[in-house]
Design a protein around this ligand. Structure first.
Ligand code: TYD
Ligand code: MG
Length: 454
């Protein structure tokens, strides 16, 4: 008897290897490679593949008609913005997030608007139809046009879609769906890949817009396969902290729009509520006259958002210092620490160092550098940053302040939230007019910048 063939997948990154290894050669994770039996498919001879070349030929670009994609609104402005101005008909959107973050709630809430003008099929492999109905009632979801189907078998789901022909299909979650023809277990890399591929065909073939929920693993990537992200049109990440009611929806990939937009929601008793004004939310509860906190303004897509950066420096015990950063890129934070020590003249090397960005935001823009420098210096000297001061600017390795883009929009947002002073790089100041009531403090290096503390 022929030996059954197996292939080996990394459950972290989806990399395929020929034999089992302790460490994945692609992502370097230990103990993540699993064995998956390979389904034997009959090899087709080259001539047996039906060619459609006679019907379809390469065309000159000038002859290709460029019509905009058909889009529709999901009824939640924050989600529409992240999708690039509404969902595209016939696209497949993957919504990833940690368990309990609110993915199912978000999907059920968009049904409330979608099923008023189209038919929605909500397939759940995790909850019974009764459970979903109860939740839908609690959330006050419009019922006409909404069909529930508690099923995990891929073939049955496809059959239901072909029979019902809904406009929108929601699959919650991809890890619970399985293809009976494959002998690997649900949630395995091979299954998730195959099921996503089948749903992708449904989306493109029948023009059904598909939303697929996916769980993420401890490292924060969509469980198992990175490969999924390449297949689908859109990858959205739903993030938030366990003890914080704010949820941030972020586009990791979007074939139909910019990827740097975020949507902000708050989880309450009535489900998710949109937060159209994230700056206010991110600054709520800011301590007055406490050292180590500084506000900055970052651009999330086209929208300026204020964020509070907090730093804590304390003398380290036992000669070795602890360093941690939450919401601010660790390497960048280390760089700021080194620049502040060397160019700012503060002796920080025997301090423990903690950085935190409030509200679950992740700052990856250099424009936030200056606020970290100011927060660090404030904590070190135990002097609070003036409550009505914000700081915007990139910091270079020589301690110089570099200009940032979209400065006028940022300053308007800073003013709108009631700040009266803003620290900016002097290189930026030539081209801008400060909004009424906002005075600009210009600095060309970090020494000048941290002088605001005295
Ligand atoms: P859920 O959407 O089930 O999460 P996921 O599908 O991502 O696993 O959300 C579950 C959490 O949300 C649960 O801990 C309770 C909370 N929640 C509320 O606080 N208010 C609500 O109205 C709802 C529906 C859920
Ligand atoms: Mg769920």
């Amino acid at each position: 008897m022929a030996k059954a063939r197996s292939s080996f997948y990394c459950t972290e990154c989806g990399n395929e290897t020929l034999k089992w290894q302790g460490r994945c050669p692609a992502c370097g994770a230990w103990n993540t490679i699993v064995e998956q039996p390979v389904k034997e498919t009959k090899k087709k001879s080259a001539g047996a593949v039906p060619s459609t070349f006679g019907m379809r030929k390469p065309r000159p670009i000038a002859e290709v008609e460029a019509v905009d994609e058909l889009r529709f609104n999901t009824g939640m402005d924050e989600l529409d913005r992240v999708l690039g101005g509404g969902a595209v008909k016939g696209s497949l959107v993957l919504v990833g997030g940690a368990p309990g973050i609110g993915k199912s709630t978000l999907m059920l809430q968009i049904c409330n608007n979608l099923c008023r003008f189209s038919e929605v099929l909500y397939v759940s492999g995790e909850e019974s139809e009764r459970q979903i109905k109860l939740r839908a009632q609690r959330l006050g979801v419009w019922e006409k046009g909404l069909y529930l189907f508690s099923e995990t078998n891929l073939d049955d789901i496809i059959a239901a879609v072909q029979e019902k022909r809904p406009d929108i299909l929601i699959v919650d979650s991809i890890q619970t769906i399985y293809n009976g023809d494959s002998n690997s277990s649900p949630g395995s890399v091979a299954q998730v890949k195959e099921c996503t591929m089948a749903l992708m065909h449904l989306a493109k073939g029948m023009g059904v817009t598909v939303f697929v929920v996916g769980h993420i693993n401890k490292e924060g990537s969509l469980a198992g396969p990175k490969v999924l992200e390449h297949m689908v049109d859109c990858v959205l990440h739903f993030e938030g902290e366990e003890h914080n009611s704010y949820r941030i929806l972020r586009a990791e990939k979007n074939r139909f729009g910019a990827t740097n937009e975020i949507g902000v929601f708050e989880m309450g008793d009535q489900g998710l509520v949109e937060v159209p004004n994230p700056s206010e939310a991110m600054l709520s509860g800011r301590p007055e006259n406490m050292p180590g906190s500084c506000v900055t303004c970052v651009m999330e897509g086209v929208r300026p958002v204020l964020a509070e950066v907090q730093a804590l420096l304390s003398p380290s015990a036992y000669g070795s210092s602890r360093r941690s950063s939450n919401g601010f890129d660790y390497n960048r934070a280390m760089m700021m620490l080194a620049v502040l020590e060397k160019r700012g003249g503060l002796l920080l090397s025997n301090c423990d160092f903690y950085v935190n960005v409030i509200g679950g935001l992740t700052l990856d823009e250099p424009a936030a550098d200056l606020s970290l420098i100011v927060a660090l210096a404030s904590s070190f000297r135990d002097k609070p940053v003036p409550f009505d001061l914000a700081a915007i600017g990139e910091v270079g390795l020589t301690g110089e302040l570099r200009s940032v883009n979209a400065i006028s929009q940022r300053l308007s947002e800073v003013r709108r939230l009631g700040f009266t002073k803003c620290l900016i790089p002097s290189r930026n100041s030539g081209k801008i007019v400060a909004p009424d009531g906002l005075s600009l403090i210009q600095a060309s290096n970090i020494r000048e910048a941290i002088a605001v503390l005295v």
